[in-house]
Design a binder for this molecule. Sequence first.
Ligand SMILES: Nc1ncnc2c1ncn2[C@@H]1O[C@H](COP(=O)(O)OP(=O)(O)OP(=O)(O)O)[C@@H](O)[C@H]1O
Ligand SMILES: [Mg+2]
Length: 257
Amino acid sequence: MNADTTSAGTRREKPPPESEGATLTVEDLSVHYGGVCAVSSIGFTVEPGQSVGIIGANGAGKTSTLKALMGLVPRSGGRVTFGGTDLAKVRARDVVRHGIGYVPEGRHVFPGLTVEKNLMLGAYARSWRDSGTRESLAEVYELFPVLGEMRSRLAGALSGGQQQMLAVGRALMARPRLILLDEPSMGLSPKLVEDILAVLLRLRGEGLSLLLVEQNAKLTFEATSDCVVMENGEVAMTGTSAELRDDVRVRRIYLGL
Ligand SMILES: Nc1ncnc2c1ncn2[C@@H]1O[C@H](COP(=O)(O)OP(=O)(O)OP(=O)(O)O)[C@@H](O)[C@H]1O
Ligand SMILES: [Mg+2]
């Protein structure tokens, strides 16, 4: 946990302006690992309340894109703004405070901590103007009753689907306006993928903006209004989820139809 608290006496960055819309704008974003180009000049936007999917095969650059948005890998080119703020000027540890939640690939819950402690860890990054941690906890338990029932259990004792819900719940504790999800359906049974879809639709219903990265195109088309298809680090196609679901090439490559 970082020491970015007033009690620790460290200087905080200025809070983001509340009045501006929370549109995510990605222009010409590139990511390189040494000489390897993982993401090549991609662009898209996520409007307030919009749900956008990024589908693509193994190694297409989906995770690198999300990590670059969060400042977790360096952007080798391009510009990313959220709610009018240029994220190049925001330290990685402060991106969450600007209203972007992140559910990483592989969930990364803390197995040796209780469910509730895992959730509380998500609250450290609350925005400056917000202090209702207990209220947020109650909201997460309302959204995921199973987490409330298991609040005192160790996270490591949860099933894969429950751990995914915990990872989403932890991100929600920071009260994001936009939530980035990296392959929430990975490794889950078809029944649990249905549960994840229900969660995503519920988040949409709450007015959150979503950016969903998935290899599961079927889930993505159901959960989002618009999609980006990534291939070899580039945007290969964009369109509404309904249009792409009916596209012959997409059906063949991503839906196996
Ligand atoms: N830390 C790293 N160092 C070097 N190359 C990397 C690193 N992380 C990813 N890559 C490479 O960057 C490219 C994009 O990887 P990335 O993980 O972003 O893809 P992805 O679409 O998320 O794939 P998956 O569906 O398997 O999660 C791949 O060629 C990958 O091998
Ligand atoms: Mg990935």
